[in-house]
Design a protein around this ligand. Structure first.
Ligand code: PXP
Length: 263
C-alpha cells in the first residue's frame, strides 16, 4: 500500500466561496477543477456543507459529470447527504464532522461515540461502490474504530500539527507530528489506506510526505490562496515538487524534475 505513490487531491471549495461572495457564476469551481487536473492534481475534493456556504448541489453534479479524475465528496454523515452522494456516485466519500458555526472542519469525527451511525452511512455508500474514507484525529483509538466501522480509508486531520507549526510552538508541533506518524503506521498495519489533510502548505506538505504510509494529501485553502498570486497551475506544480522533495529526500530544486508515482 505504501511506497512512492503519493497523490494530491485539490480541494476547490474556496473558488466557490469567492463566487458566492458576489452571488454570480464566476469564478467557476468546475473550471478550477479542470485546470487543477491539467496541472497535476490526481483528484478533486469538494465539501457540500449543510449550509451550502461554498459548494452547491449543482457544483457537485457538474464535477461528477465534467471532470475526468476521481471526485472525493466530503460530507457529513446525514441522511440528506448520503442520499445526494448515492445519486451523484462520486469515486469516494470522505465523512467529516460538521457544525454550522465552525469556519472549517475543526476536528476529526467522533468515530467512537458515532460508531453505529457512521457504520450505517459507510455501509450504505460502500454498497454502491463508493470508496468511504473517515476524517479522524490521528489516534490509535480512532484507527481501531475506523476499522470496526469497515472504512477502507482514513484521512488524518493535520490541523493541530499545522497550527502548532504556524505558531512556532515546537514542542507541540513535535508531539502532534508523532501522533500523525504513529497513526499512519497503525492504519497501514490494520490494512487501512492512509490519507492526510487540513491546513497543509508547501512546507508542511513536504514534511508529511516523508511518511511512507500516507498515500494521498488533500489540500485546499493554501493552494487557492497562493493561486491568487501565482496562478493555479504554477501553485500546483510547486506543491507537487514539495511533495516529491519530502518523499524522496531530495532538495527541492532537484525534486522539481523527478517523477515519482502519481497513480
Ligand atoms: N481534508 C478534509 C477532510 C477537509 O475537511 C479539508 C477542509 O475542507 C481539507 C482536507 C482541506 O483543508 P485545507 O483547506 O485547510 O487545505
Amino acid at each position: 500500500m505504501s511506497g512512492s505513490v503519493l497523490r494530491l487531491g485539490v480541494n476547490i471549495d474556496h473558488v466557490a466561496t469567492v463566487r458566492n461572495a458576489r452571488g454570480g457564476t464566476v469564478p467557476d469551481p468546475v473550471r478550477a477543477a479542470k485546470l487543477a487536473i491539467a496541472a497535476g492534481a490526481d483528484g478533486i475534493t469538494a465539501h457540500l456543507r449543510e449550509d451550502r456556504r461554498h459548494i452547491r448541489d449543482e457544483d457537485m453534479r457538474r464535477l461528477k459529470a465534467e471532470i475526468d479524475a476521481p471526485l472525493n465528496f466530503e460530507m457529513a454523515a446525514t441522511d440528506d447527504m448520503v442520499a445526494i452522494a448515492l445519486a451523484t456516485r462520486p469515486h469516494g466519500c470522505c465523512l467529516v464532522p460538521e457544525k454550522r458555526s465552525e469556519r472549517t472542519t475543526e476536528g476529526g469525527l467522533d468515530v467512537v461515540g458515532g460508531h453505529d451511525h457512521l457504520k450505517v452511512a459507510a455501509t450504505e455508500l460502500a454498497s454502491v461502490g463508493i470508496r468511504v474514507s473517515l476524517f479522524i484525529e490521528p489516534s490509535p483509538r480512532a484507527i481501531a474504530a475506523a476499522r470496526s466501522i469497515g472504512a477502507p480509508v482514513v484521512e488524518l486531520h493535520t490541523g493541530a500539527w499545522c497550527d502548532a507549526i504556524a505558531h512556532d510552538e515546537r514542542d507541540r508541533a513535535a508531539h502532534e507530528f508523532e501522533r500523525i506518524r504513529l497513526a499512519a503506521q497503525a492504519a497501514e498495519s490494520q490494512g487501512i489506506e492512509c490519507h492526510a489533510g487540513h491546513g497543509l502548505d508547501f512546507e508542511t506538505a513536504r514534511i508529511i510526505s516523508a511518511l511512507p504510509q500516507i498515500v494521498e494529501l488533500n489540500i485546499g485553502h493554501f493552494l487557492i490562496g497562493e493561486a491568487i498570486f501565482f496562478g493555479l497551475e504554477a501553485t500546483i506544480a510547486a506543491m507537487r515538487a514539495s511533495m516529491r522533495a519530502g518523499r524522496t529526500g531530495l532538495p527541492l530544486e532537484q525534486a522539481t524534475d523527478v517523477v515519482v508515482g502519481t497513480a
